[in-house]
Design a binder for this molecule. Sequence first.
Ligand SMILES: *[C@@H]1O[C@H](CO)[C@@H](O)[C@H](O)[C@H]1NC(C)=O
Ligand SMILES: *[C@@H]1O[C@H](CO)[C@@H](O)[C@H](O)[C@H]1NC(C)=O
Ligand SMILES: *[C@@H]1O[C@H](CO)[C@@H](O)[C@H](O)[C@H]1NC(C)=O
Ligand SMILES: *[C@@H]1O[C@H](CO)[C@@H](O)[C@H](O)[C@H]1NC(C)=O
Ligand SMILES: *[C@@H]1O[C@H](CO)[C@@H](O)[C@H](O)[C@H]1NC(C)=O
Length: 521
Amino acid sequence: MKMTATFATKIHEDPDPVDAANKPDGSGAVLRPFRVCHLTVLATAFCALVFYAHYAIRGNMASALFKPPVTISSSSLPLLSSTSTIDPSLQPEKPATNRSAAAPASESDHCDGRYIYMYDMPPRFNDDLVRHCGKGELHPWLDMCPYVANDGMGEPLGDEGGVFPGHGWYATDQFTLDLIFHSRMKRSYECLTNDTTLAAAVFVPFYAGLDAGRFLYNHSTSIRDKLQLEFIDWLVNRPEWRAMGGRDHFLVAGRTTWDFRREADVDALWGTKLLTHPAVKNMTAFVLEKSPSSRNNFAIPYPTYFHPEAAADVVAWQQKVREIPRRWLFSFAGAPRPGSNKTVRAELIRQCGASSLCNLFHCGGKDGDGAADCNSPGGVMRVFEGSDFCLQPRGDTATRRSTFDALLAGCVPVFFHRDSAYTQYALHFPRDHARYSVLIPHAGVAAGRVSIEERLGRIPAEEVRRMREAVIRLIPRVVYADPRAGRAGFNDAFDVAVEAIIDRVAKRRCGEDEVTAGTTE
Ligand SMILES: *[C@@H]1O[C@H](CO)[C@@H](O)[C@H](O)[C@H]1NC(C)=O
Ligand SMILES: *[C@@H]1O[C@H](CO)[C@@H](O)[C@H](O)[C@H]1NC(C)=O
Ligand SMILES: *[C@@H]1O[C@H](CO)[C@@H](O)[C@H](O)[C@H]1NC(C)=O
Ligand SMILES: *[C@@H]1O[C@H](CO)[C@@H](O)[C@H](O)[C@H]1NC(C)=O
Ligand SMILES: *[C@@H]1O[C@H](CO)[C@@H](O)[C@H](O)[C@H]1NC(C)=O
């Protein structure tokens, strides 16, 4: 029994291939803090009341009801073709009122329905971690200070022989998203509020990933959990928490979910138990890779080396990767894993090494230690920029930072497991996976029955070009803009995530996800 009012119908008609198709619950609903509840008349009435209470205070009921909260810009259409040089995904946002025919002409706050309340936390939960970044502090054996510099972007990169023209390029570590996201929120999100009654969602800037990274290899579970449990204790005692038992709260834990999902207090088990804690299960966690069974974790892109300050930086980069000559059909950058030589990875390294059309960037060393080349942003990006396809087998887990480096380079990713991307980045990637990537099922590859060269070589040049264009159009959505730059003028990975959390919390206010939840947690 759906109740769809006319204003909602208008919005639903927007052609919106990415946003509409890829909500966390796959409902295809367009972002809106006020959604007519899909439950019962009772629930609908209840939701309206809650909503009224939420907004009445500002006397902004009408605008809250009728205006889409999030400016729906043409950035929702990154894949629609255009022959113009200026990517339509980068055009300035249009006033939201134009998108809603039913919108009253009242002058209203463009932040309505988009306000985020961000906790001011004791520094031991965030800033102190960054301050103690020296060798052995944030990482068991590395000095992380260069990587937490510049709000988590790391040190600026030079041009590296023409690989990185322009500016916006940094030697970014894959695990500094806690910091990047917080800075982005703090320094350039325009709709922060200190008034919890206005907030569409509540951001908790605990650096869970940086904290966990300190002790992952420590055998003591109590050492690993210490700060995370202190954090939970602090959080659940806040008055802001009580309003919804944390169900309007979210955090960013910039590592894969597997680093936070320990199920028992057994020293031999990996990780902390942050995400298995009942309080945190009430929240939403953004991680780099989610657990397939979790409803409360969402995967968002790994940070890459590119942090544009403005739309123009992105446009210039898109143009460069569009035009760059690509002499390799495919490439692989990575190290062999110890163990079986019957894995997909081992087979890819074998096939790539044997193919005159493949560029094998064979990372040496153990545990990344001696792999100087693979830690060289310029080296890796040069390989990807010169290839049509980039092979992305599983690493320690299903996903890899390398996938995002490949996208950035305009190289079409080739996956071997759906969990490497399709089941993960549903907020950021188009639902039609074949447009921007290739899936070669792993079993055949591991068994040595599939020739990658033959499989990729069969794809017509025109199709390769189309896929590359789709990849290039994804770039703005998967990069994290320079947090220091203010509004960058396009929707980046942060904006996409924030829109999603606002939508999710709005649904939770209506009790929707509780009713539809089929799985626990
Ligand atoms: C947006 O709305 C304003 C005022 O209603 C109107 O003047 C303007 O032409 C509209 N712009 C577009 C692109 O529809
Ligand atoms: C919220 O309060 C803090 C501390 O008083 C202040 O620094 C900050 O600017 C306020 N933020 C907003 C959005 O008003
Ligand atoms: C675990 O961490 C504690 C606290 O930093 C430290 O004293 C201890 O030596 C570490 N143990 C191992 C095996 O690293
Ligand atoms: C989590 O949410 C449930 C349902 O709203 C609530 O009963 C519970 O108290 C919350 N847990 C915590 C730790 O606040
Ligand atoms: C694969 O591993 C097996 C057993 O360890 C070994 O006998 C074989 O020579 C290896 N093959 C290659 C191609 O390395």
